[in-house]
Design a protein around this ligand. Structure first.
Ligand SMILES: Nc1ncnc2c1ncn2[C@@H]1O[C@H](COP(=O)(O)OP(=O)(O)OP(=O)(O)O)[C@@H](O)[C@H]1O
Ligand SMILES: [Mg+2]
Length: 299
């Protein structure tokens, strides 16, 4: 049985797809077999993995969902050795309109995953889009873990609480084994006092509310769009870059957590503590960094 991880955040452009593709590349470089599930009609992970929509025929995630069939005949290889793909295409929009409500809405991936084929993989990474709909709910329903990429900006704190509360509801309704793996700070700029303050505060809040914030943060890097243009993972693009090294270190961190957790109890955030703490945190970060701006010390 693979470890199944959904990467989720309703907020767009926070690095969900970049994280899925680069973690897949890192796990594959460690000799682990990975299935990427591109559960986003935009299909950005599919493109980044070098798979052309025109070559897919009916081998795509949306078709497997509409056929209510196991994924065996729908998986395609990618540019990265050791990484396979269930491709994301606009077909997923048809899934939303045809199966997006009623009792099917959180079972779309359950059917697709009901196969021994899944045991060929050690990790399944599910990329999602920015809506709380049947695609996200069905991803969470089959996952062991969810991981939240986040910008180190004060207003992320508010969105984070809403997201964790929503996911907690899905957990109650359809998958009680679901654990929050942790929060990943992305596009981190060490020169920004706002980012530094945010990172410090979110770790403090995380400790109180049983929410892990990964030790490794992903730096902001101009190489991300450059590697995307070449349809390469950062590891292939230039493994020595700080961002490539950060993804490698994150891969190691996740591996340690997941291997150590296999038999443990699910990690569930304490939302009663989290809500007020995040609200206070937003004010603290605004106040501290705002003061620095006022004092002529740009953030
Ligand atoms: N660490 C980073 N440094 C700089 N740019 C980044 C970084 N991570 C992602 N980006 C860029 O930010 C944009 C959004 O990233 P990405 O597509 O991974 O986010 P997303 O959360 O999947 O977005 P969406 O919600 O649209 O699916 C992309 O143009 C990507 O190249
Ligand atoms: Mg994306």
């Amino acid at each position: 049985m693979p470890s199944i991880i959904t990467i989720a955040n309703e907020k767009g452009g926070v690095g969900k797809t970049t994280t899925v593709v680069n973690l897949a590349a890192v796990f594959a470089s460690m000799g682990r077999s990975v299935l990427v599930v591109d559960n986003d009609p935009q299909g950005n992970a599919t493109t980044l993995l070098g798979v052309e929509r025109g070559d897919l025929g009916s081998k795509m995630l949306g078709q497997a969902m509409l056929d209510k069939a196991p994924c065996d005949d729908y998986i395609v290889p990618t540019n990265i050795e050791g990484v396979s793909l269930l491709a994301g295409t606009p077909k997923l929009r048809q899934v939303i309109s045809e199966l997006g409500s009623g009792h099917w809405q959180d079972k779309l991936l359950k059917k697709v995953f009901e196969t021994d084929k899944l045991d060929e993989f050690e990790f399944v990474l599910i990329d999602t889009h920015g809506s709380v709909d049947c695609l996200l709910k069905s991803s969470l329903a089959v996952s062991h873990y969810y991981l939240i990429p986040l910008f180190a900006e004060p207003d992320s704190a508010r969105g984070l609480f809403d997201l964790i509360e929503t996911i907690s509801d899905v957990r109650e309704a359809s998958n009680q084994r679901l654990s929050l793996l942790g929060i990943l700070i992305t596009k981190y700029d060490t020169n920004s006092s706002t980012h530094r303050e945010f990172a410090e505060e979110i770790r403090r809040v995380g400790k109180k509310a049983r929410v892990r914030v990964f030790a490794n943060m992903i730096p902001a890097s101009r190489s991300v769009p450059a590697a995307s243009r070449d349809q390469k993972s950062l590891l292939e693009f230039r493994g020595s870059l700080p961002i490539s090294q950060a993804y490698i270190a994150l891969g190691g961190e996740l591996m340690t957590i997941i291997k150590g957790k296999r038999t443990g109890r699910p990690a569930i955030p304490d939302t009663e503590i989290l809500g007020p703490e995040l609200e206070e945190m937003e004010e603290i970060v605004f106040a501290k960094t705002g003061e620095e701006v006022a004092a002529g010390n740009p953030v």
